[in-house]
Design a protein around this ligand. Structure first.
Ligand SMILES: O=C(O)c1ccc(O)c(O)c1
Ligand SMILES: [Mg+2]
Length: 599
């Protein structure tokens, strides 16, 4: 599989973009005319640079508003075309993308369009150039790839074919099954982009909101299957118009872009049982094994954990690292760093095959993390997520476990076993700055093998907070992602522990002196209005600062600790088959965290 990327996906000048693409490992590039026009380097210099970097120029694009026009416009369009063919010849580019006319077309007659495009192809042939005709979703008379193919057939030139772009096809809901009808020799080029489902005019949607594969809602695995089964053998090229990616670090975006293609190709090959599969199978995690918090002095975190009912799980035999446990919820406190505060820096997953998970992650391009280990320590393979959080995998068994590295654990006595907190890590909640969010979604899909739930917007005191949960199908692992508002890029992270009885857990925590995040009294009046709760139950919720939600599947009781450093803790109880996160209470919680009387 050859990989390519349109220069429009990246930020900066053309030379910078070419360097970033080569460094990331792309095979080729689509050069956007606008990027060339704005460059001080001549076409010959760009050609030489691409050659030196080992990049092929797979496409020169776009050429616009050409076909189905009146005679005078046609003559001028041919003059324009000749000028661009001359530039392409100097560049050494041998395929031009022709977009369907969105502005100047005056006739819906496909024969006229075909005659004019045929003349363009004949002119291109003089320069040894191929024309790939693409139906833009908002084209005036041609907005469906099947119509573009119709016109290409009518024109019938050897150097004329179609360019398929997943955005234009899937945004309009056109069935990709029709790709099988196209002569494979006429499948000249393929552009791939994902996008979130949106209720927006298709032009704005395309120009601002395209995403890399795996980050949006399109079924690109199905789409790519159709294209490859139809016989396409050209490069897989990314064409993602997105305001964020055009403002972020070009090297990082290029690397991230290539990961999205590797992921897409791997999943498509796996779905079709193609035997040239090179990557290990994804390893969806079975559970969150631990979270790791670091800081030079974590005594305040330790106090909160102990008030919550966590018990001391031992001291690492060689490092300044301690373990706290609440049943199967494990927190590692790492004081080996010299940074103040406390940060959630790592998490561990239990998986079927940790080595396979790590091999796959590295093949997709996730950066490996090396941790200093000592003789007898377990080697947990790990990668760094885009925000720097370290993710560890382990196929822990009763016989062999990193837990054995901890000494001095306090066994639970008869009395403490009764009152200690006992649970599992239900979910983590992490906020991302706007420029890192989509990259994090792709990481969670491609490297961690999690699936995205539909995104939603939660009203917070500083505006809507985009919220997206990524999880395993069985819900055993859930990562809740928030898009931090630009004014608060460092929103605290939180860890939610699931227990069987959150009310008792809250009572015991309060008896141990835990300060809860206080909820406004109005919140409880509203709960009563919404749910008509038993007076005693409502009083208990109010007394303990508990939050509550209910839907057809069940109910949800939970509470929060105040924030320490940039982390806080949540205790949750899911009743029935409740599967949410108490979204209706989130605005109140966010407001309480910002202005609550104890903070
Ligand atoms: O938005 C556009 O104009 C545009 C241009 C070229 C493309 O390949 C495309 O998909 C869209
Ligand atoms: Mg396109």
């Amino acid at each position: 599989m050859r990989t390519s990327i349109a220069s429009v996906c990246l930020s900066g000048g053309l030379v910078e973009k070419l360097h970033a693409c080569a460094e990331a490992g792309f095979d080729g590039i689509e050069i956007m005319d606008a990027d060339l026009i704005a460059a001080y380097e001549s076409p010959e210099e760009i050609r030489a640079l691409c050659h030196r970097l080992g990049l092929t120029i797979d496409l020169f694009q776009p050429f616009r508003d050409f076909e189905a026009v009146d005679e005078a416009t046609f003559a001028d369009n041919m003059r324009r075309a000749r000028a661009k063919f001359e530039v392409m010849q100097r560049l050494g580019a041998d395929m031009m993308l022709l977009c369907s006319n969105v502005a100047t077309a005056t006739t819906p007659d496909f024969d006229i369009a075909a005659t004019q495009i045929g003349a363009l192809a004949d002119l291109a042939a003089e320069y040894g150039i191929d024309i790939a005709y693409e139906a833009l979703a908002w084209g005036r008379y041609v907005s469906d790839y099947r119509d573009a193919w119709d016109i290409v057939q009518r024109a019938d030139r050897a150097n004329l074919g179609v360019c398929l772009d997943s955005f234009h096809i899937l945004s309009r809901g056109h069935d990709p099954a029709g790709i099988a009808e196209i002569d494979p020799d006429k499948l000249f080029f393929l552009q791939l982009a994902d996008a979130p489902r949106m209720d927006l005019d298709v032009l704005s949607w395309s120009r601002h909101h395209r995403l890399f594969p795996g980050e949006g809602d399109f079924d690109l695995i199905d789409f790519l299957s159709h294209v490859i089964l139809a016989g396409y053998r050209g490069p897989l090229s990314l064409e993602v118009f997105n305001d964020t990616f055009r403002q972020t670090d070009v090297t990082r975006t290029a690397a991230h872009a290539l990961r999205s293609l590797h992921w897409l190709y791997d999943r498509t090959a796996a779905q079709n049982d193609w035997t040239d599969l090179q990557l290990d199978a994804p390893q969806p995690p079975c559970a969150i094994d631990f979270v790791e918090v670091s800081g030079e002095d974590l005594s305040a975190v330790e106090r909160t954990l102990s008030q919550l009912g966590f018990t001391f799980g031992g001291r690492h035999r060689t490092k300044a690292v301690r373990l706290w446990e609440a049943g199967d919820a494990r927190v590692i406190l790492n004081e080996q760093v010299r940074t103040p505060g406390s940060r959630l820096v790592g998490l561990g997953f239990e998986v079927g095959d940790a080595a396979a998970a790590a091999r796959r992650a590295h093949a997709i391009g996730a950066p490996q993390v090396f941790r200093r280990t000592y003789a007898g320590d377990y080697e947990l393979p790990a990668v760094a997520s885009p925000d720097g959080t370290e993710v560890y995998w382990n196929s822990r068994t009763a016989a062999e476990s990193w837990l054995d590295e901890f000494e001095g654990r306090v066994p639970l006595g008869e009395d403490t076993a009764e009152t200690a907190l006992h649970g599992v890590i239900d979910h983590l909640n992490v906020a991302y700055p706007w420029q890192e969010f989509d990259e994090a979604v792709l990481f969670n899909t491609s490297v961690l093998a999690l699936d995205a739930e539909p995104a939603s917007d939660v009203p917070g005191p500083r505006g809507l907070v985009r919220s997206q949960v990524m999880r395993t199908a069985d819900g055993a692992v859930r990562l809740a992602m928030n898009l931090a508002p630009p004014t608060a890029p460092e929103l605290p992270r939180h860890v939610a522990i699931r227990v069987d009885d959150a009310v008792s857990a809250a009572r015991r925590a309060r008896a141990r002196g835990l300060a809860f995040l206080p909820m406004p009294s109005n919140y409880y009046d509203d709960l009563d209005a919404r749910f008509g709760l038993e007076p005693d139950f409502l009083a208990e919720l109010r007394e303990l600062n508990l939050l509550y939600d209910r839907d057809e599947q069940g109910s949800f009781i939970h509470f929060y600790t105040p924030t320490i450093g940039d982390i806080f803790w949540e205790v949750v109880e899911r009743r029935g088959t409740y599967d949410g996160y108490g979204a209706a209470s989130a605005p109140v919680r966010l407001a309480a965290q910002r202005g609550g009387p104890l903070l």
